[in-house]
Ligand binder design. Structure first.
Ligand code: AHG
Ligand code: MN
Ligand code: MN
Length: 335
């Protein structure tokens, strides 16, 4: 790989080669990356920047917001509202959509994000991240409304995340494979460090919050019990377990070396389809995983084919190495 291909150069070249990235989308992705750089700075300062701890407010999902949840949300909005590339934004941290104010030109894209994923890890200095998904505003009516966002994940035109860990890493797809960029702090730019990420079809590593075991459905219990049985069980191989409690970081590990991640439906709150949110957590991650040769279902159906009915809809998630996700999905529907 040629030395020092910046995100800007990568996007320009992609645009030039096959016209895959229209100019406005390129601007959008650059702006999101710039916002991630600022969030990374804030994360890095930690206690010195006064960014740790709770904001003592609640979001629409009834979760206590951390200061960094709110800071990251504001950074993303302020970076994106004036550029003319967006019609509106939606976020885990905002009850309803944020329409680009009248004083700025309106573009044709919709941006959805989880500004800070893994909030419970902020104060303990464990990797966290930002997840984003880009859709096109449907044509045929002026203005923008919440229903414009309710598109299946297979309609995404770009998706990605940025992990704030030992390195700050941006991972991106525009539907043509997955590329990874690492933040070079001296240069202040994201540099391409891996192209065409591939998830191995088989794995010996699973990620699930085991403390919820007694609440799971039978197919999930069966799958995990078989992993735990290792060489003494039907799988005839030993498995390892990881659970970081930042989906973004668990998914990043899977993109790097394979694995399966599950946050299934469970009996604690049976009326909810799952814990994770479809539109700005599951959809972008599912598309990245599929683009890297993996698979993502809710236990029964492909996540990217689910038709959302509301902005903050939740979903069960099973994603990662293809053969394992296929197995879990088969266990749910033995026919
Ligand atoms: P968020 O911080 O954006 O609310 O998301 C947290 C999510 C996800 O990142 C992680 O996999 C999961 O919640 C962890 O849940 P548990 O604390 O139940 O393990
Ligand atoms: Mn999240
Ligand atoms: Mn979040």
């Amino acid at each position: 790989m040629a030395q020092n291909i910046s995100l800007t150069r990568y996007l320009v070249e992609q645009q030039r080669v096959d016209g895959k990235i229209p100019a406005q989308l390129r601007l959008l992705l650059e702006v999101v990356a710039r916002a991630c750089k600022s969030i990374s700075q804030a994360v890095n300062k930690g206690a010195l920047g006064g960014v740790l701890g709770s904001a003592e407010s609640e979001n629409v999902q009834g979760e206590i917001q951390k200061k960094l949840d709110i800071i990251a949300n504001e950074v993303l909005i302020e970076a994106n509202e004036w550029g003319g590339h967006l019609a509106a934004m939606a976020s885990e941290e905002m009850d309803s959509i944020y329409v680009v104010p009248n004083r700025y030109p309106q573009g044709e894209y919709l941006l959805l994000f989880d500004p800070l994923d893994g909030s419970s890890n902020i104060d303990v200095n464990v990797s966290i991240g930002t997840i984003f998904s880009v859709l096109l505003k449907p044509e045929g009516h002026p203005g923008v409304q919440e229903s414009d966002f309710l598109q299946a994940g297979n309609k995404q035109v770009a998706a990605g995340y940025c992990v704030y860990g030992p390195q700050t890493t941006l991972v991106l797809t525009v539907g043509d494979g997955v590329a990874m960029f690492t933040l070079d702090r001296e240069q202040g730019s994201f540099i391409l460090t891996q192209e065409n990420l591939r998830i191995p079809a088989d794995t010996k590593e699973f990620a699930i919050n085991m403390s919820n075991k007694r609440h799971w459905d039978a197919p999930v219990t069966r799958y995990i019990d078989e992993c735990l049985a290792g060489t003494t069980g039907p799988r005839d191989k030993d498995f390892n377990m990881r659970w970081i409690a930042s989906m973004v970081t668990d998914v990043h590990r899977i993109l790097m070396r394979g694995g399966i991640f599950m946050y299934p439906w469970d009996k604690r709150e049976p009326e909810k389809a799952g814990k994770l949110r479809l539109m700005y957590e599951a959809n972008p991650m599912s598309w990245l995983v599929e683009q890297a040769g993996g698979m993502a279902t809710n236990g029964r159906e492909r996540i990217l084919d689910l038709q959302p009915t509301k902005l903050h809809e939740r979903v069960a998630v099973v994603l990662g190495s293809k053969n394992e996700v296929e197995r879990v999905t088969r266990y749910h529907d033995p026919a």
